[in-house]
Design a protein around this ligand. Structure first.
Ligand SMILES: NC(=O)C1=CN([C@@H]2O[C@H](COP(=O)(O)OP(=O)(O)OC[C@H]3O[C@@H](n4cnc5c(N)ncnc54)[C@H](O)[C@@H]3O)[C@@H](O)[C@H]2O)C=CC1
Ligand SMILES: O=C(O)[C@@H]1CCC=N1
Length: 273
């Protein structure tokens, strides 16, 4: 299957690099364009993928076209490739925030098969979480194709499109939230005297370990303890952890996270408006 990426920035780069590193994408099957910007050339030089002469040329040479430009640029790109899509009828997969399948379909030839997805930057290490929703003309096979592509860089889940703004907040954007937490906790380590690099290494292992506990719980039969249950196993009565958790909540920790996610979801809806 030949896969063309329109846009070769952070997200396309993460999928291309992650997919090739996992052995599930072949560089020779990947075509790139990035408009006047040299990012496609740089990504191609780095990975062995090829660069197409134009977005329309890329469509002519691809079974699947991935829209990996900023949402604001998508209408321009779709105008550029409208004729080529009408001629070659590729499956169009969008990773763009905010833009509904209805909106994408309205900018493409009637009957174009569209799948909307929302991956995240952890694709670069094969650990993405990607939601998928089919457009009106996409078949089960198209959804399976999109799921296989995104599955090459992490986990996938089919999601009702009405939930995409919320998903974007808690998955597409949230690596930045988690990294903000890591940065803050590492800084607390520095405040206590631990060198920064060592503090980041320590906190990174803590976050990976905490996620691994939840993954093991999800995989185990029966118990399936929640994050709240597990917090209770760490909080000794009158101990250090409950003192820390209570101080964080007094400072509005959970509320700040929910507000952050709500703001991200609101922005996703604005981008689609
Ligand atoms: N960065 C992230 O963590 C995530 C991004 N996304 C979505 O991925 C999409 C791309 O985002 P990023 O990769 O972060 O942006 P980026 O700015 O890193 O990359 C955008 C790419 O589009 C290219 N481009 C600009 N105009 C073009 C045109 N007319 N024709 C062809 N290429 C053109 C740029 O040269 C660049 O290669 C966005 O729609 C975003 O919502 C989705 C999930 C996560
Ligand atoms: O910030 C953004 O708009 C994109 C979508 C999800 C992650 N980055």
């Amino acid at each position: 299957m030949r896969i063309g990426f329109i846009g070769a920035g952070n997200m396309a780069g993460a999928i291309v690099r992650g997919g090739i590193a996992s052995g599930r994408l072949r560089a020779e099957d990947i075509l790139l364009v990035s408009g006047p910007d040299p990012s496609a050339q740089a990504l191609a030089a780095d990975t062995g993928a090829r660069v197409a002469g134009s977005s329309a040329d890329l469509v002519a040479d691809s079974d699947v076209v991935v829209l990996a430009v900023k949402p604001q640029v998508v209408p321009t790109v779709l105008a550029e490739i409208h004729g080529a899509v009408a001629q070659w009828n590729p499956l169009v997969i969008s990773v763009a925030a905010g833009l509904s399948t209805f909106r994408l379909e309205s900018l493409l030839p009637a009957g174009t098969r569209v799948v909307r997805t929302m991956p995240n930057i952890a694709a670069m290490v094969g650990q993405a979480m990607t939601a998928l929703a089919p457009g009106a003309s996409a078949t089960r096979e198209d959804l399976a194709t999109a799921s296989t592509l995104m599955g090459s860089v992490g986990a996938t889940t089919e999601l009702d499109e009405s939930l995409f703004s919320t998903f974007t907040a808690i998955s597409g954007s949230s690596p930045a939230f988690v990294l903000t937490f890591i940065e803050a906790l590492a800084r607390a380590g520095v405040l206590g005297g631990i060198p920064k690099a060592q503090a980041v290494e320590i906190v990174t292992q803590v976050v990976a370990g905490s996620a691994a506990i939840l993954q093991a719980e999800a995989a185990a039969d029966g118990t399936h303890r929640t994050p709240a249950d597990l917090i209770d196993t760490i909080c000794s009565p009158a101990g250090t952890t409950v003192a820390g958790v209570m101080a964080m909540e007094r400072a509005g920790f959970s509320d700040a996270i929910v507000r952050g996610a709500e703001a991200a979801a609101t922005r996703d809806r604005e981008l689609g408006a």
